[in-house]
Write a protein that binds this ligand. Structure first.
Ligand SMILES: Nc1ncnc2c1ncn2[C@@H]1O[C@H](COP(=O)(O)OP(=O)(O)OP(=O)(O)O)[C@@H](O)[C@H]1O
Ligand SMILES: [Mg+2]
Length: 320
């Protein structure tokens, strides 16, 4: 999956709790460590997952280094909106009176989907940013970031974010918002610069949600789905087929012996069944989509920190 690191922006999203942050961290770390890229992980849901995973102080909107060439920041819609509008309007007072107004703010967010668009606009700004801090379509010089990994929101919200530029273009037709939206849409649609990675678990509901997302993206968003990552796949009970073939004998013996042996057999049966269910879900996914599917193993602990992220980064690298 390290081929992905040749993109400029990778937008990672999927069902809540499936491991979007863990996979974003692993991808970012792999790109920085294995590929020597200057990488920024931009968190969309403000959970400060990266500072937790890498054991740093909160990264905030200003961002901070996580490890070597790997940096992190959070794109909070509030901070991004303020930055954008102050720049656009060049007049903070107007921002204060118009956009902080308690009647207008919900309207702007709800009706126009403006905060999604502005968060995506921040992603474009990050992609544009040069070493000297300048950004925009005309900015020159080496890029500040080789790769921006977006640790995106849950599926439905991610879809509306990816749709937000086209929605605005349909609504605005002309003017600065239309221009901005078009620049963002052009980034999202550019296969050399932008790709989506969907994360799921090898379970029924997350796989269904993932399939719905693939269908929705294929329907109305011009974007490359570069990969589906099936995270936390339970490891196989047996290393090889020969050992597996012996299982029925072992099971019989264990059941006959009773006690601890029988309990161990029960555990084994459960693990086997879980693995088979997971394999069936991965097979269902592979049969339904024309997108590369990568399996990442479930680690022995759910309490992930940098060493575990390194293991996950290695696992991503081991995939095609
Ligand atoms: N491969 C894995 N093996 C073991 N535990 C994992 C693995 N991937 C993620 N986890 C654990 O699963 C939980 C959910 O992961 P994570 O926070 O990355 O999900 P998320 O999709 O970002 O969640 P949210 O929707 O809340 O942002 C965390 O406790 C994480 O440490
Ligand atoms: Mg997360």
């Amino acid at each position: 999956m390290y081929g992905l690191t040749d993109k400029r922006v990778v937008f990672v999203f999927g069902k809540g709790g499936v491991g979007k942050s863990a996979i974003s961290a692993a991808l970012g770390l792999a790109a920085a460590q294995e590929r020597g890229r200057k990488v920024l992980i931009a968190e969309m849901n403000g959970a400060e997952s990266m500072s937790t995973l890498f054991g740093t102080p909160p990264v905030g909107y200003a961002g901070r280094p996580l490890r070597g060439r790997l940096h992190g920041m959070t794109i909070s819609p509030g901070a991004a909106t303020e930055e954008y509008l102050v720049r656009m309007l060049r007049f903070r007072l107007l921002y204060e009176t118009v956009f902080r107004n308690r009647f207008i703010a919900p309207l702007m967010d709800g009706v126009l989907g403006l905060s999604d668009l502005i968060s995506m606009g921040k992603v474009l700004d990050l992609e544009w940013t040069r070493d000297d801090g300048s950004f925009g379509p005309e900015a020159q010089g080496p890029h500040r970031w080789d790769l921006v990994v977006v640790d995106g929101p849950a599926t439905g919200h991610g879809l509306s974010m990816l749709r937000s530029p086209q929605s605005m273009m349909d609504l605005a037709k002309v003017g600065p918002l239309f221009q901005n939206a078009r620049d963002i849409r052009d980034l999202v649609a550019d296969r050399s610069r932008f790709a989506v990675v969907l994360v799921t678990l090898a379970e029924d509901m997350p796989v269904s949600e993932c399939l719905q997302a693939v269908e929705a993206l294929g329907g109305d968003v011009d974007v490359e789905i570069a990969a589906i990552v099936v995270n936390s796949v339970p490891p196989p009970l047996f290393e090889d087929k020969e050992a597996e073939a012996l299982w029925s004998d072992i099971r019989e013996a264990g059941v006959l012996l009773g006690g601890r042996a029988a309990r161990a057999i029960n555990d084994g049966e459960r693990t086997l069944a879980e693995r088979r269910r997971a394999e069936a879900q991965v097979a269902r996914l592979r049969a339904a989509v024309d997108v590369p599917v990568f399996e990442i193993p479930r680690l022995p602990t759910r309490d992930l920190a940098t060493p575990e992220i390194e293991v996950l980064a290695g696992a991503l690298g081991a995939t095609a």
